[in-house]
Design a protein around this ligand. Structure first.
Ligand code: SUD
Ligand code: ADP
Length: 290
């Protein structure tokens, strides 16, 4: 049996961390969306062995139990009470450790695919419960559609589709450690973006209200160590984006444009300044299978 599925990157349009729980885990309030930029994952069952084997075309990825796709498959088999041999091949198009949730999306795509392949009938909520054991973005990625995410990442409330818009992404050539950034949340006073206003903008399909209310609590922390992020954000605006901000814990920043022609202009300009740039639209298909 063989399936090829698409695992889209995510963007955090709004990211608030209202408080840190006593156990150190973070309470999130995030508005997330998925975009066209995607990894492709082939999952093939094998009768010759009972291991989960990971292959990828990226030298940046672990191909053992540290791979989030491996962890998702193992947890899936624990949940359903059987196990078969699998070969999971990842074509990596989403930059790694970029704030774009590539690993979480690969894990979620594996959960969705295995549920379909073995007709195990788990709901998205059940897949999200498995996913949160991998990391806090996997529940969102199970849905991979515009949603409000809260709790420790396990509460996903799907929202109306975004109105028509385009994203231009630019990844500065710096490495960011997510655990280091998240640890600082407990001791740093950060701003809290207006998530409710952002939700109202989406509900009313009001492009200007959405753009005016994006925001990311982690941006101040990450930017303090990597000023290039601020420079890229300003350039996106200078080149014509209506709004810009960092995604997740960074370092990727994105600009928002209303039209494709404007987005192409911003993309062409930023490409001369940053060699990892992408142009993408919000993902419309909630759980894409190729
Ligand atoms: C910040 C976000 C927003 O979408 O995006 P990314 O930057 O990952 O894309 C994610 O929620 C992020 O999710 P994820 O990377 O899954 O984070 P988690 O699993 O919660 O934690 C990542 C790592 O940080 C560590 N961690 C977490 C919280 C904390 N107070 N101190 C920590 O050291 C965890 O132990 C884990 O090793
Ligand atoms: N399938 C995978 N794709 C990407 N990263 C993975 C994967 N499996 C494990 N990882 C590890 O997870 C970490 C986070 O990667 P990623 O999900 O791309 O970034 P982010 O959390 O910034 O959105 C990296 O250190 C990477 O080595």
């Amino acid at each position: 049996m063989k399936r090829i599925v698409r695992a889209p990157a995510k963007l955090n349009l709004g990211l608030d961390a209202p408080f840190v729980h006593p156990d150190g885990s973070i309470e999130w309030r995030m508005v997330m969306t998925s975009i066209g930029l995607s990894d492709h994952i082939q999952i093939e069952t094998k009768s010759s062995h009972s291991a989960i084997r990971i292959f990828s075309d990226s030298s940046f990825l672990p191909n053992d139990r540290r791979n989030l796709a491996y962890q998702a498959a193992r947890l899936f088999f624990d949940k359903v009470g059987f196990k078969v041999g699998l070969e999971i091949s990842i074509e990596k198009n989403i930059p790694v450790a970029a704030g774009l949730g590539g690993g979480s999306s690969d894990a979620a795509a594996v959960l969705r695919a295995l549920n379909e392949m073995f007709e195990t009938g788990l709901s998205f909520e059940e897949l999200a419960q498995i996913g949160v054991q991998v990391d806090s973005d996997v529940p969102y990625c199970v849905y991979s559609r515009t949603a409000l995410v809260s709790g420790r990442g396990e509460i996903v409330t799907p929202l109306t589709k975004l109105p028509k818009m385009w994203f231009v992404l630019a990844k500065p050539h710096v490495s960011v450690s997510t655990p280091k950034i998240l640890k600082q949340l407990a001791t740093t006073s950060v701003s809290h973006p207006p998530i409710d206003e952002l939700l109202a903008g989406i509900e009313n399909q009001d492009y200007d209200r959405i753009v005016a209310n994006i925001g990311n609590s982690l941006e101040e922390i990450t930017t303090a160590g990597h000023p290039q992020i601020k420079t890229l954000k300003s350039r996106l605006i200078e080149y014509g984006a209506d709004g810009s901000q960092m995604s997740g814990s960074g370092p990727t920043v994105f600009g928002i444009c209303r039209t494709e022609s404007r987005a192409r202009r911003v993309y062409n300009s930023i490409s001369g300044f940053c060699n990892e740039a992408y142009i993408s639209q919000p993902e419309c298909d909630s759980h894409p299978v190729i």
